[in-house]
Design a protein around this ligand. Structure first.
Ligand SMILES: [Fe+2]
Ligand SMILES: [Fe+2]
Length: 266
């Protein structure tokens, strides 16, 4: 995991995961250096990852005031409990569903939770961060974030894309990916992460993008894509086509056995 300042008030903690047959998926967490600092998601939970150690050069963990969990999938919760221990003032921003899902494995302490629904805002001292439901998501607890003071949008899984190399997955700007490659990869990710997209009413689905388009983000920060800091029009155009794209079918047992067979010594 490496980190960098995307802008004066936003740091990116950039990691990736290799997905066999699909490529390399960015796994990002973020810090908004607000008056009350906010960590957004906490990375992978793999044994060789140490989120706290990766976070320390970016912000002193005890200074963290909010840990905004965009949703409690395991690529977002890796450092959650270590950070809660290291940041005694911090509370976890999540939803009722998010807290409920966490309670099935390791409950969040009730006095460390701050429940926030889409449409509600968090006062981070010098700015208000407003929750919104991204158009595409894989978990009912998902809440993205709009920083209304800067125009930065944190979109959780939405807009993600598996990319051909680890270097691209951890690039500091999505503009490093060719537009055609990015479009194909985003449509693939949409069908994997949100397979329900093939059953939506097209008009209602298109309308679900309107609030975010009207917000006109200055940057789109997805957990699963390098930052988008330039014109995001193409991203919207791409995802509007997701309902018509080919549904994803993963490898089955025969494919797995064929793959394993290739690894057997001759
Ligand atoms: Fe997810
Ligand atoms: Fe994710």
């Amino acid at each position: 995991m490496h980190s960098y300042r995307l802008r004066q008030d936003v740091s990116v903690l950039s990691d990736h995961l290799e997905v066999p047959g699909l490529g390399f998926l960015a796994v990002n967490a973020f810090v908004i250096h607000a008056a009350q600092p906010v960590v957004i998601d906490t990375g992978l939970g793999l044994p060789d990852r140490d989120f706290l150690a990766s976070l320390a050069p970016v912000i002193d963990p005890p200074d963290v005031r909010w840990i905004w969990l965009t949703h409690p999938d395991r690529d977002h919760t890796g450092g959650l409990f270590a950070l809660l221990d290291a940041a005694p003032q911090a509370r976890v921003v999540t939803t009722f569903a998010g807290a409920g899902i966490m309670s099935a494995e390791r409950p969040l302490p009730m006095d460390r939770i701050y429940l926030l629904n889409p449409g509600q805002s968090l006062d981070a001292g010098d700015r208000r961060l407003t929750g919104f439901r991204p158009p595409l998501f894989d978990n009912p607890a998902t809440v993205g974030i709009l920083d209304t003071s800067t125009g930065v949008c944190l979109s959780s899984d939405c807009f993600g894309a598996p990319l051909p190399t680890a270097a691209l997955a951890t690039a500091e700007d999505a503009a490093e990916v060719s537009p055609d490659e990015l479009r194909a990869a985003q449509l693939l990710w949409a069908t994997i992460d949100s397979p329900w997209v093939h059953g939506v009413d097209p008009a209602k689905y298109a309308a679900s993008f309107t609030p975010l388009r009207d917000f006109a983000p200055s940057a789109i920060l997805s957990t699963h894509l390098p930052p988008v800091t330039s014109d995001s029009t193409a991203l919207f155009t791409t995802l509007l086509d997701a309902p018509q794209s080919a549904p994803f079918t993963g490898p089955d047992q025969a494919a797995l056995e064929a793959m394993l067979h290739q690894f057997q010594p001759a």
